[in-house]
Write a protein that binds this ligand. Structure first.
Ligand code: SF4
Length: 349
């Protein structure tokens, strides 16, 4: 079944086109995966037999992704606590080492219990029962019937070790310094994502009108109206080839500038760093105007590519072109770890 670009299509998008670093990475990795991830609704009428399964797969995460997510939660919980301790000490009261050690142990116990319960829930679920399925926690390894019980203790260990490494690193004292001296410090709360706050105000960039650009840093420091620091923690493997400031950090800087009304540094100093939790190495620096101009050009180019997969290239209706236009990757390696491989095999397009 197919639809021409001019015929009315039953495939209905809920929202206008969105750009994020994750979305464009998925599109560059595999167009078919991009289709399954962001246009799942399009399957409902044309391919109902795989639509529900694709919806379930969309919510899956691998154990590695889960470790990353839990590391972010634990670090964020700790940073909120750390910030409160600094505030207490600023008011003249002492927070003893005993209190700190105990609080850190409690945070670790909490994340451990959370992970054990989620793992058990995921393991026991009937993956063919689509009732009451959505919004629940699932590991892709369980969906695909892999025996991964032995991986749970090491997953918990890795998450707790990420916090320990942060506390033992020089980033801990830097962060303390930010809490003590900055005008304000923002610590993200990843357990309660604020999608409105993630939006970048791009209405002043003509090529990005009608497109939602999403970005939310983990940690932001405001020293003054012209002096900022952005930190982003990374739980994945360190990219040893990484040089300079990442696109992700540049998008965060752009977001801050656009909030002020212009995509121009105009004397504003923004330093951005990505910190890898498995080594505590960091990559980044002070942003230059070329970085800001470059990221605007990149997002415009990315959005141009995304629009090619839309009927009439219309970002407002955001209706995907026929599924066959989203080609599969030829990389077996990418498919091996793809959570959509089950529906991809059944999807004869
Ligand atoms: S299984 Fe392979 S081809 Fe299919 S969506 Fe995933 S990465 Fe793409």
């Amino acid at each position: 079944m197919s639809y021409s670009s001019t015929s009315p299509s039953p495939r209905r998008a809920m929202k206008s086109l969105a750009w994020s670093n994750t979305r464009i990475t998925v599109l560059e990795r595999c167009e078919r995966k991009y289709y399954f991830s962001y246009y799942t609704f399009a399957l409902k009428q044309e391919y109902p037999e795989i639509w529900q399964e694709a919806l379930v797969l969309k919510g899956l995460k691998s154990i590695e992704m889960w470790i990353g997510e839990k590391s972010h939660y634990l670090l964020s919980d700790y940073l909120h606590l750390f910030k409160s301790w600094v505030a207490i000490e600023k008011d003249g009261e002492e927070v003893s080492d005993t209190v700190r050690v105990q609080a850190i142990e409690e945070l670790k116990e909490k994340i451990k219990a959370e992970m054990e319960s989620e793992f058990q829930f995921s393991k026991e679920r009937d993956y063919r029962d689509y009732q009451d399925f959505f919004g629940k926690f699932w590991l892709s390894e369980h969906f695909y019937g892999e025996e991964v019980d032995a991986k749970l203790p090491s997953a918990i260990e890795k998450v707790c070790a990420n916090l320990d490494r942060f506390i033992a690193s020089n980033w801990h004292s830097k962060v303390q310094d930010y809490f003590e001296t900055a005008k304000s410090v923002y610590v993200e709360s990843p357990r309660i994502p604020d999608f409105e706050a993630m939006k970048v105000q791009v209405s002043k960039i003509p090529a990005l009108r009608n497109v939602s650009v999403m970005a939310a840093p983990d940690f932001g420091v405001v020293f003054s109206d012209t002096d900022y620091v952005i930190l982003d923690r990374k739980s994945g493997k360190e990219d040893v080839l990484q040089e300079g400031i990442s696109d992700q950090i540049k998008v965060y800087a752009l977001k801050m500038l656009l909030k002020k009304g212009y995509a121009n540094l105009n004397g504003v100093r923004i330093e951005g760093q990505e910190v890898y939790l498995n080594t505590m190495n960091n990559y980044g620096g002070v942003l230059m105007q070329d970085d800001i101009d470059g990221i605007v050009t990149k997002i415009e180019k990315d959005v141009g590519l995304q629009k090619k997969f839309l009927v009439d290239e219309d970002p407002v209706r955001n209706i995907p072109v026929d599924a066959m236009m989203f080609t599969k990757t030829s990389s077996v390696k990418k498919c091996e770890s793809c959570t959509f491989r089950s529906v991809c095999e059944k999807f004869k397009v």
